[in-house]
Design a protein. Structure first.
Lengths: 306, 304, 251
């Protein structure tokens, strides 16, 4: 692979993970929903879109949208127990739920291809571009999605809804006493987060053109957690930064492996050790992450202007 | 499959899981956070036991004891360096859980780095299994069940006949009151980590000997032990034992069940044998966990 | 306005509320006093929906509200403060006030995305009202400070401000002056009375200070061991034997 092609590949993956990271950040950093099963949106989005595309001949735009809708729906399902469960119990439940879905994908071969996964996933607008130019087009597509989602999420979080979510994160009882239906608010947040995660999954599936349950291990969720912990919880730019940094780290250690006398297995272990350490260090010493949440300051108009 | 075989298999699995679940439930109850690295501590100890026994030729029981002590110290150390600091800062338990996740990832991969990801098996002389009431059981498996029972009895004695046990129960009931009664919480917490980790090592070694040992084992048993602990009722070690037993039975029955009896709806349909794919075995604990959390998160037994 | 009938709440074997009945008229301030542990906060928690009752009925504006969720009750016009004033730490004082405003447009993601034009004027109006209230409470200079940085007394003022922002018909105040210095206490009391009179609200206030009770309450209920042992004007209950017994006995 040429350098340029590799950079394009890298940036596409950063974009896809940025979407997942923003989705997780929306749940954790805004609504205070500790989701340890985030990979499930990635998985459902990827499988929904690719299965619809390969089994029926439906147009890809429809497949992408379906992926978002199904993932969003699963977000709704996952939000149902939040009323009765404390956050650490809910976190464990989400971890379990994600694994169940992965096992379903692994075992129900008639639907999902089982361990062999889904192959030959069609790519959007493939006919319009040559083989060399296609990745560039896809990068543009992913970039547009990232910018679009960033913009939409910012609109959402800068609204009264966003304010309510943040308040739920910190003082849920207060919100109840002020008449906020916290259950409905969390539900809506999960649907939005699910949709964004599903979009990431679809983009991933149609880029790599092959997915299998191997892509959706729980470790993926924790990579996303590392991204929001390092980048900064509670703000979307931090999520994107975290995605870029963690991906950069992943990729650069692959190169170092060529120079240092360590087997690839050992390199992989070392990489994950550092990820674990990053999580520990940042949560312990810099829980706000690299990009902090900004204070919302109101300025009164001066009497002259009035 | 014979009922007796299901019972035997379940007893073995329950013995393995309960020792891990007991430690987890203690930590969850006293320190109020879910230690996601608990299973990995146990696997660390199992790897140490393996290296001592299979690598250095140290007799098994001695190896287990040394490994348990080392792992216990390790558990205390991690608490001192990481968790204690965060506890005194007054962070929410969720942050502790996230940090423990980081510890789990780091630890699992340190094990992978040191011992490689190839699975390890104990070289045990293969003997003819016994036949008890129609079920096959090897000497090793009998030893595991016996060791499990012994450990649980020991834990019961620990909890009720020692000052440590009494102090632990007092702290579990009411932390503020306990410290007012001059119970040194910090010291108790250290002992708690030690025992939780040590028991984990015993359980982990059982699993390693009966199946195989590999770095990812920590994650593979994490959800089952959470399931057992929560099902039995967090904070209740007998609950953890009960939860492990129920889970073990559920796992074995679920796979042996032939759903066709159910789905045939008394002759309406005619299905060929419909059984759960064995690939779903891990899912049993996940599904039970989800149901427990949805329906009765406090579990079966109340806190003592 | 608020009518509580034969309310009972148990915690295991402990009967925290034992056949409690009381009434709060519209446009009045009623006090609720009693020794520690007599069940005052429990009563608040049950009435506002945070705890479930075991027996009894609660009527608000003629409607039954027992069994409703706290947010549903708040929406009907019954709001409460907490004994330990709650405030999201990373919210500024002004944001706290805005949080409390009722019937805001844009409290769901769909509206946030597509109804921007409708949100802005409502926000502006809410900011203006918040500023108005903050000035009365003398918190206006702190409007852009994090709520987490406020003193305990200031947080209590903020709680009050949020409630008034919400504009409920009835307010449950849980020890609004506890831990607040005397000057600020007087200010708080003044504000409560002013705003209550101005907006014709009903207030049920838990207090330990008889001075506060005497200065603003029209009527007082006294609780002891989960039971109502006396009711009357502040003067009447100060001379009531049972009340004196309860307090002296638990000194």
């Amino acid at each position: 692979m040429t350098i340029v092609n590799f950079i394009i590949y890298f940036m596409i993956m950063v974009g896809i993970y940025a979407l997942l990271s923003m989705s997780l950040n929306f749940q954790v950093g805004y609504a205070g929903l500790i989701n340890f099963g985030q990979v499930v949106f990635f998985c459902i989005g990827a499988y929904t879109s690719s299965l619809l595309a390969t089994k029926t001949g439906l147009p890809l735009l429809f497949c992408f949208l379906s992926a978002m809708i199904v993932s969003g729906f699963f977000g709704y399902v996952m939000s149902i127990p939040t009323k009765s469960l404390k956050s650490d119990y809910w976190a464990i439940a989400t971890l379990a739920a994600a694994e169940v879905i992965r096992l379903v994908a692994l075992n129900e071969g008639w639907l999902t291809g089982g361990p062999f996964g889904v192959m030959s996933i069609p790519q959007p607008l493939q006919s319009l571009f040559s083989m060399e130019n296609y990745p560039l087009f896809y990068l543009l597509l992913v970039a547009m999605c990232v910018v679009g989602v960033y913009f939409c999420l910012t609109l959402i979080t800068d609204s009264p809804f966003g304010r309510d979510l943040k308040a739920i994160r910190e003082e849920e009882d207060l919100c109840l006493s002020l008449g906020k239906n916290t259950r409905a608010l969390k539900l809506q947040a999960m649907i939005v987060a699910g949709m964004v995660g599903g979009l990431a999954g679809a983009l991933f599936a149609h880029y790599i053109t092959y997915i299998s349950p191997e892509n959706f291990w729980p470790i993926e969720t924790f990579l996303m957690w590392a991204m929001i912990i390092v980048g900064g919880r509670g703000n979307h730019a931090g999520a994107i930064l975290g995605a870029a940094l963690i991906q950069l780290f992943n990729v650069s250690t692959r190169f170092i492996g060529a120079y240092v006398a360590l087997g690839s297995d050992s390199m992989a272990s070392l990489r994950m050790i550092i990820i674990g350490l990053l999580i520990i260090i940042f949560v312990s010493y810099r829980p706000e992450g690299l990009i902090k949440e900004k204070k919302k300051v109101y300025h009164l108009r001066t009497s002259q202007e009035e | 499959m014979e009922i007796s075989q299901i019972i035997v298999n379940s007893l073995i699995r329950a013995s393995e899981l309960s020792l891990l679940a007991i430690g987890l439930t203690m930590v969850f109850d006293i320190l109020k956070f879910a230690n996601f690295a608990h299973a990995d501590y146990a696997v660390l100890g199992s790897f140490l036991t393996y290296s001592f026994n299979q690598g250095l030729g140290i007799p098994l029981l001695v190896a287990i004891v040394i490994a348990a002590i080392l792992t216990g110290v390790f558990g205390i150390g991690i608490d001192k360096i990481l968790f204690k600091r965060l506890r005194t800062m007054g962070v929410q338990p969720v942050s502790l859980m996230i940090v423990s996740m980081g510890v789990a990832i780091a630890l699992r991969n340190i094990l992978r780095l040191i011992w490689s990801s190839r699975t390890k098996t104990y070289h045990i002389a293969i003997k003819q299994p016994f036949e008890i009431l129609g079920a096959r059981i090897t000497a090793l498996q009998l030893e595991i069940i016996f060791a499990g029972l012994l450990s649980m009895v020991a834990f019961h004695l620990l909890l009720h006949r020692t000052t440590f046990g009494k102090a632990l129960r007092a702290i579990s009931d009411n932390r503020a009151l306990a410290s007012a009664c001059a119970i040194d919480s910090e010291k108790m917490i250290k002992w708690m980590w030690f025992i939780a980790s040590a028991y984990g090592v015993i359980g982990g070694t059982m699993i390693a000997m009966e199946h195989v040992l590999y770095p990812r084992l920590g994650f593979d048993i994490l959800i089952p032990i959470f399931c057992a602990a929560i099902l039995g009722g967090i904070g209740n070690p007998y609950g953890a034992m009960l939860g492990a037993l129920i889970l073990a039975f559920a796992e074995n029955i679920a796979l042996a069940l032939d759903l066709k009896w159910l789905l045939n709806l008394g002759g309406l349909f005619h299905f060929e044998s419909i059984q759960l794919n064995t690939g779903y075995k891990p899912a049993v604990s996940f599904v039970i966990l989800i149901f427990v959390l949805l329906l009765k998160p406090t579990g079966i037994l109340r806190k003592e | 306005m608020l009518k509580v009938k034969n309310l009972q709440k148990n915690f295991g074997n402990l009967r925290a509320l034992d056949n409690v009945s009381l009434e709060v008229e519209g446009n009045s301030v009623v006090g609720l006093i009693g020794p520690n542990g007599s069940g005052k906060s429990t009563l608040f928690n049950v009435v506002s929906g945070f705890y479930e009752k075991d027996r009894g009925e609660i009527y608000f504006k003629g409607e039954r509200i027992d069994g409703l969720t706290p947010d549903a009750i708040a929406k009907k016009g019954l709001c409460r403060t907490f004994q330990i004033a709650k405030a999201p730490e990373k919210f500024t004082v002004l944001e706290n006030m805005l949080l409390a405003a009722e019937r805001q447009v844009g409290e769901n993601p769909f509206a946030a995305l597509f109804a921007r034009r409708r949100i802005n004027p409502v926000e502006k109006k809410n900011v203006e009202r918040a500023i108005e209230l903050l000035e009365i409470l003398q918190l206006i200079d702190l409007k852009n400070e994090y709520a987490g940085d406020l003193s305990g007394g200031q947080k209590k003022l903020l709680s009050l401000g949020r409630i008034f922002m919400r504009n409920p018909d009835m307010i449950l105040l849980d020890e609004p002056t506890a831990g607040v210095n005397p000057t600020l206490t007087m200010q708080l009391i003044k504000v409560i009375r002013e705003l209550q009179k101005k907006e014709h609200k009903s207030v049920l206030i838990i207090e330990h200070s008889m001075k506060v009770i005497s200065s603003i309450c029209d009527k007082v209920f006294v609780l002891n061991f989960g039971q109502v042992i006396a009711e009357g004007t502040p003067d009447e209950i100060q001379q009531n034997d049972k009340v004196l017994d309860a307090y002296l006995g638990c000194a």
